[in-house]
Design a protein around this ligand. Structure first.
Ligand SMILES: Nc1ncnc2c1ncn2[C@@H]1O[C@H](COP(=O)(O)OP(=O)(O)O)[C@@H](O)[C@H]1O
Ligand SMILES: [Mg+2]
Length: 322
């Protein structure tokens, strides 16, 4: 059993309040949430299917799953339905949610980054690509040459908080063409998986039975939501998290110190840093000794730095483990 520090033990034991953990890389955050998830599973009356834990990559999910399972095995013993606990990416969760609960989405297939690019180029006019205005000399985006840029625009328009009235009308027209084409082909691109789930989580139940079905499921069947690497979450993903805890599920978010005290959106900086330190799957690998630094005393208060409605108000931080 890991000998936890006092602050770590406090975080592990905090199961009934929203919890935000901020500490530096390598200080044991993922370990703490693994132990905390095991503690949740050990509580009487909690079903593993009521617990959701998000990571940003499949690799991180596999690691977290392994840590949780090994703690459960050693300290809790048999837990019925353990395989029903979701530990994985937000995309994976949203796709599963939509395909299980929204009949219209059963037949949707997912475009990867590569097939989405091919899709935009293949339907260069219908996807809005070649009518999308640009300040460059020829005035519109070009097939093949600009499709990557165009896809970034299409994602930003859905992932970020955008003042739509400040986006040129031609860009919005192109975006709408793309969205119509996606629907017509029954495709999701990665962004649209989350965007669509958010629509069902936020939708007015009076408007659509599918909104009711999805929201009832969240209300009745989800009790704990845990988000690792929260500093990398974009505004759309924040809306997803908010939608999942809006009926009272407990939220725990875990992140490192970058962005502390600065204005949102922090995911912009996260992307920059990721690009600088990318390795393997494009995200940080194991903590680099060079990035270790002692955690400062925690100064976070409710109301700072995040947009999640039920903002965690209890904070924990600890020094780098010896
Ligand atoms: N209190 C502790 N004592 C000893 N080792 C610890 C402690 N807390 C965490 N560790 C170990 O430190 C390493 C880094 O932990 P990890 O949870 O991956 O950090 P983070 O998620 O903050 O980057 C892991 O091998 C973990 O088991
Ligand atoms: Mg970690």
């Amino acid at each position: 059993m890991t000998p936890y520090t006092r602050a770590q033990a406090d975080a592990i034991a905090c199961l009934d309040q929203p919890l935000q953990i901020i500490a530096c890389a390598g200080s044991g955050k993922t370990q703490v949430i693994s132990q905390r998830i095991a503690a949740i599973l050990a509580m009487p009356g909690v079903r593993p299917s009521e617990v959701i834990a998000f990571t940003f990559t499949e690799k991180a999910a596999a690691e977290l799953k392994e840590r949780v399972l090994s703690i459960v095995e050693q300290e809790v013993g048999d837990v019925t339905g353990l395989a029903d606990m979701y530990i994985g990416t937000m995309h994976g969760y949203c796709l599963d949610l939509l395909q299980r609960l929204v009949p219209d989405k059963f037949k949707f297939s997912v475009l990867t980054d590569i097939t989405a690019q091919l899709f935009v180029d293949r339907y260069s006019a219908k996807s809005g690509l070649t009518s999308c205005p640009t300040t460059a000399k020829n005035g519109v985006l070009r097939r093949y040459l600009d499709s990557k840029l165009y896809r970034q625009v299409l994602s930003v328009l859905r992932e970020d908080k955008i003042a739509v009235d400040r986006v040129p009308a031609g860009v919005i027209d192109s975006f709408e063409k793309y969205m119509a084409l996606l629907r017509q082909h029954s495709h999701f691109d990665y962004t649209q998986i989350i965007r669509s789930a958010v629509d069902y989580l936020e939708g007015d139940p009076l408007e659509d039975d599918d909104f009711v079905r999805v929201q009832e499921h969240i209300r009745n069947d989800i009790r704990y939501v845990v988000v690792d690497e929260y500093q990398d979450v974009n505004p759309l993903q924040e809306r997803l998290i908010r939608g999942l805890v809006r009926f009272g599920a407990n939220l725990c978010v875990v992140g490192d110190e970058q962005g502390r005290g600065r204005a949102r959106p922090i995911h912009r900086r996260a992307h920059t840093r990721r690009a600088e330190t990318a390795e393997g799957d494009g995200r940080r690998g194991s903590p680099d000794m060079g990035t270790r630094r002692p955690a400062r005393p925690d100064v976070r208060r409710p109301g700072r730095g995040g947009d999640v409605d039920r903002r965690p108000h209890r904070a924990s931080s600890w020094s780098t483990v010896p």
